[in-house]
Design a protein around this ligand. Structure first.
Ligand code: ATP
Length: 409
């Protein structure tokens, strides 16, 4: 288990910075608490993670709709949702402190106070009617959205676990009230499947008690993860009842009910909400993937990331960088793979092959492909073959160039 490694958190933070996953925000000015920037490897990892989420939560189903709502909304949204009155954490003084970031919209006397959204969910609720009117979905159906959220956390901490600016992947799934338990179970299983798919070692479910749930929720499960700083929330799953649509109907006076053409009933749908933080997921993935072992008598560190989310699918190496025929062939192979996989394939011609393997291991690249003299036909039997080396086992096998795509798929 990872928590046997007492320095794991420091090692992951250092790796994240050193290998271009995540940097402290505004570092040249000494940083800014709760703010982080994703570097080249972090961007790729994050994009791949979102792809898997979109695939599992939106695209492989036929009852889901996408959305990309604005970050700054009419402030009445946050009054109706209860955030203006209640989205607060206590200060040490005991005073209440609302964690929404205020901003001023417009100029001079016409300026109004609004907020950077503290959750993406409300953008979905205020678009419920738009999606009904434009797409006429039948219940049950859901709306999925990925986007930034902002909370002026009193004490941001633990790397990207508690930030002031972070990203959420949220679904609001609209149902008939009688179906809530069934739907809750369905999304609960989906979240567990997702944890497995992205390589999170283990999630623990915590049934949130009556006094501890948010004002809108009749049932909440926190999915927790064993971070080195303790078992803490990774994601949440909530049954939000009809609270939000009813609140926005009452406040806006726009009817946000649903009309069932078959039964002739009109009612406000209830909602199940799987809410997943992108950044906490990335932290859990990095902590789960971090490995140290001995390979061929040498100690090494590697990231055992699932292939689907590793930043790079493969790296291509010419055995020697001063042999133009090797470099030419390696470039051809790399270009071919980039085209076939429609993504960036790494290139490294610097130093000995062992060092190049280590560099790719540290960022979790599943396969390294080496082009050597046999590729060019020095041994005629091996003409047009390359070595493919596996990140986890270190094993190498000889593969025909024409079979490479299949071998690393
Ligand atoms: P916590 O109790 O840890 O503050 P929360 O219960 O307020 O979290 P939710 O409002 O349920 O969190 O938000 C949904 C998800 O968004 C969380 O499960 C988490 O993954 C993510 N999240 C919330 N706050 C932050 C934050 N400050 N930094 C990074 N991710 C966050």
């Amino acid at each position: 288990m990872k928590d046997k490694n007492p320095e794991l958190m420091e090692k992951v933070i250092s790796l994240a910075k050193g290998r271009g996953f995540i940097y402290p925000g505004s570092l040249v000015y000494g940083g800014l608490a709760g703010s982080f920037d994703y570097g080249p490897m972090g961007v790729l990892l994050k994009e791949n993670l979102k792809k898997v989420w979109l695939q599992m939560f939106r695209d492989e189903r036929d009852d889901m709709y996408g959305l990309d709502a604005a970050i700054i909304m009419n402030p009445k949204v946050w009054e109706a949702s209860g955030h203006v009155a209640g989205f607060a954490d206590p200060l040490e003084s005991g005073e209440k402190f609302n964690v929404m970031f205020q901003t001023s919209v417009g100029a001079g006397e016409s300026a109004v106070t609004s907020y950077l959204r503290p959750e993406t969910a409300q953008g979905i609720f205020v678009n419920f009617k738009n999606i009904i009117d434009s797409h006429h979905p039948k219940l049950p159906f859901g709306i999925a959205q990925i986007g930034k959220a902002f909370r002026n956390e009193i004490s941001p901490r633990d790397f990207i676990f508690r930030q002031r600016e972070f990203e959420q992947m949220e679904v609001e799934y609209f149902i008939r009230e009688k179906d809530w338990e069934k739907s809750f179970e369905e999304w609960r299983n989906k979240m567990k499947d997702f944890a497995k798919a992205v390589g999170i070692e283990e999630v623990y479910e915590l049934e949130v008690g009556d006094g501890d749930r948010a004002h809108y929720s009749k049932r909440t499960i926190d999915f927790e993860f064993d971070y080195p700083f303790g078992r803490k929330e990774l994601w949440g799953l909530a049954y939000r009842t009809d609270f939000d649509l009813s609140a926005h109907s009452a406040s806006s006076t726009v009817d946000l009910s649903y009309f069932d053409e078959e039964t002739g009933e009109r009612f406000v749908p209830h909602v199940i909400e799987p809410s997943l933080g992108v950044d906490r997921t990335i932290l859990a993935i990095l902590l789960s993937a971090y490995r140290e072992d001995d390979l061929g008598g040498e100690s090494r560190m590697y990231l055992k990331l699932p292939k689907e989310i590793a930043p790079l699918k493969a790296a291509v190496f010419p055995l020697l960088k001063n042999k133009p025929e090797l470099v030419k062939k390696a470039k051809e192979i790399r270009a071919k793979l980039q085209k076939e996989f429609n993504q960036w394939i790494a290139w490294d011609d610097n130093g000995n092959i062992g060092k190049r393997y280590r560099r790719q291991d540290e960022i979790g690249t599943p396969y390294c492909i080496t082009i050597d003299f046999d590729t060019l036909g020095e041994n005629p039997e091996l003409l047009d073959t390359v070595t493919v080396r596996d990140r986890d086992t270190g094993e190498q096998k000889r593969v025909k160039i024409e079979d490479l795509k299949e071998a690393i798929k």
